[in-house]
Every structure is written in C-alpha cells, then in structure tokens.
Design a protein around this ligand. Structure first.
Ligand code: RB5
Length: 145
C-alpha cells in the first residue's frame, strides 16, 4: 500500500512521526511536503495529496494542518476524494467503515503525536462495510456530477 501525505507549516513537526509510523507498518509513503516551518498555503498540499489519491498514484492520503479543517476542505475539492477530519478514534474508524474516506485529516494543534498515530491506526485497520453505506457513498460522489 502507498499513502500520500501532505501538511502545511502547522503540521510540519508532526509529519515525520506519521511517516515513521507508516513505514513501520510496511506502508510506502509519498511525502508531498511541506518540509520546513516556513509559512505555506494549506490548499496546495491538500490538493496535491487529493490528486495523488484520485489519480491512483497513491492508495490513500493523510493531510495535516493546524486544525485539519482547511487542508481537508482543499483535498475534498478534488474529484473522487472523501477526506474526513477526525480527532477521536471512533470517528477515525467510522470514516473508513461507513464513509470509505480515502483521505484522513487531523490537526496538529488539536491532537498530539500519540493520538495522531491512534487515529491513523483506527482508520487503516477498519474495513468499509459496504451495503447501505455503499449506496450513501455513491450518493455523495454523485454530487460531483
Ligand atoms: C495556518 O495558520 C492554519 O490556518 C492552518 O494550518 C489550518 O489550521 C487551516 O485550516
């Protein structure tokens, strides 16, 4: 599995821990930056991750900004992306199980390193339930048309 990851300056300090965790799980990581504390615009990184997932270059994506909100909004503008902002493990699990979220977002100013890794674990370990949830996800994606 390959995961694309992107963040702005708000998520820059947390990103290396996430990359290390993903690699420890045997996941290939496509790191799309940013790679310094210099102020950048989160839409650029949300879009880059979203486009990587939508094009199939990555299987899933993770985006991090200060709150997780702005960068998820940007990722969600890419056709085919379902980015979910989470800050608790139940929501992270359900983002996959019910919403089949292909991008996970969280805020580095909201969650700490430990919780961030638990959010990722809950999301990755969950399985999309399909059935009535597939119908609902299909209805979400129809909005793009
Ligand atoms: C950057 O200061 C901050 O606005 C950004 O990281 C994010 O929280 C936006 O949603």
């Amino acid at each position: 599995m390959k995961i694309a990851i992107g963040c702005d300056h708000g998520g820059f300090e947390l990103k290396p821990y996430v990359v290390e965790y993903l690699i420890s799980r045997g996941i290939e990581v496509m790191d799309l930056g940013t790679n310094s504390s210099e102020s950048v615009d989160y839409p650029d990184y949300g879009r880059a991750v979203g486009e990587s997932v939508a094009s199939g270059k990555a299987d899933l994506g993770i985006v991090i900004c200060g709150t997780g909100i702005g960068i998820s909004l940007a990722a969600n503008k890419v056709r085919g992306i379902r980015a979910a902002v989470v800050s608790d493990t139940f929501s992270a699990k359900m983002a996959r199980a019910h919403n089949n979220a292909n991008v996970l977002a969280f805020g580095a100013r909201v969650v700490g390193k430990g919780l961030a890794l638990e959010l990722i674990s809950a999301w990755l370990d969950a399985e999309f339930a399909g059935g009535r949830h597939q119908r609902r996800v299909d209805k979400i994606m129809e909005i793009e048309n």
